[in-house]
Design a protein around this ligand. Structure first.
Ligand code: DGL
Length: 285
């Protein structure tokens, strides 16, 4: 496999672009092929069997695009499907959960860590499994925060309602004396500033997207796959539904400091590889 081949990144929808943002920062030479399963989002309330089946279909798509390595940018798919996929693939694959748990274990001093995520990720128990393997003394306090996802997608970031909901979910974790909080869902880093206002300075927020990008860099290096020169071709974004809405939201998820000329195309699983429409993520170079 050549180091100039693209990397594949996938998520249940738009949220994985918070991971793309970190990957673009730490791996500026890599070309990204992103798949957001916007037709079937959310994954956060689906069964493991369904999430594994969807993830397999997306991985097949990415492999057809000749990716050299894959990042599961979705916490839920990382929690439920990574192990199954790992055993089936020849290319390196990484999820966001383990890097996030590792970073939280590194920052905690009180050994009390909060984890917030979708219902599926919380119910999988994967964060506490990793954390307890790292240090059995760590106590994990977890909470599913499903309303954060639609709030972010609606753009209600700095909003009284959002602040109230953050309190409703997080006050009980804060009362437990946690000193680290894992933002275990792709959308939650978008709420980091607001969450910080509620949690205060004594709780460190851990963004698995940032940690995952760092670990992915090591993974590419280890496998001799790190791209040393910048690529001619741009990034590509594929979605299974609604390219226009995705392109608009992706601008805010990728943030001011990210520049991309990527197109967003629709992939239809039924017709296999039919590209229906193309939209551009408008941020200019
Ligand atoms: N991307 C999902 C995650 O990180 C959140 C949205 C969903 O439920 O699919 O868990």
């Amino acid at each position: 496999m050549s180091s100039s081949a693209p990397i594949g990144v996938f998520d249940s929808g738009i949220g994985g672009t918070t991971v793309v943002k970190e990957l673009m920062k730490s791996l500026p030479n890599e070309r990204i092929i992103y798949f957001g399963d916007t037709a079937r989002v959310p994954y956060g309330n689906k069964s493991a069997g369904t999430v594994i089946m969807y993830s397999r279909q997306i991985v097949k798509f990415l492999l057809e695009k000749k990716v050299k390595a894959i990042v599961i940018a979705c916490n839920t798919a990382s929690a439920l499907a990574l192990e199954a996929l790992k055993s089936e693939l020849e290319v390196p694959i990484i999820g966001v959960v383990k890097p996030g748990a590792k970073a939280a274990a590194e920052v905690t001093k009180s050994n009390k860590i909060g984890v917030i995520a979708t219902h599926a990720t919380i119910n999988s128990g994967i964060y506490e499994d990793f954390l307890h393997k790292t240090d059995p003394k760590i106590q994990v306090f977890k909470k599913a925060c499903p309303l954060f996802v639609p709030l972010v997608e609606e753009g209600w970031i700095s909003d009284d309602i959002t602040r109230q909901i953050i309190h409703r979910y997080l006050d009980e974790l804060i009362d437990k004396g946690i000193d680290a909080l894992v933002l275990g869902c792709t959308h939650y880093p978008m709420l980091a500033d607001e969450i910080k206002k509620v949690t205060g300075d004594n709780i460190t927020l851990v963004n698995p997207a940032f940690e995952c990008a760092r670990e992915f860099r090591y993974l590419l290096e280890e496998n001799g796959l790190l791209c040393e020169v910048s690529q001619e071709l741009g990034h590509e974004f594929y979605v299974s539904d609604g390219p226009k809405a995705f392109a608009e939201l992706a601008e805010s998820f990728l943030g001011e400091d990210i520049v991309t000329r990527a197109n967003v195309k629709v992939y239809n699983f039924e017709n296999d590889d039919s590209i229906l429409r193309t939209y551009e993520i408008k941020r200019s170079v």
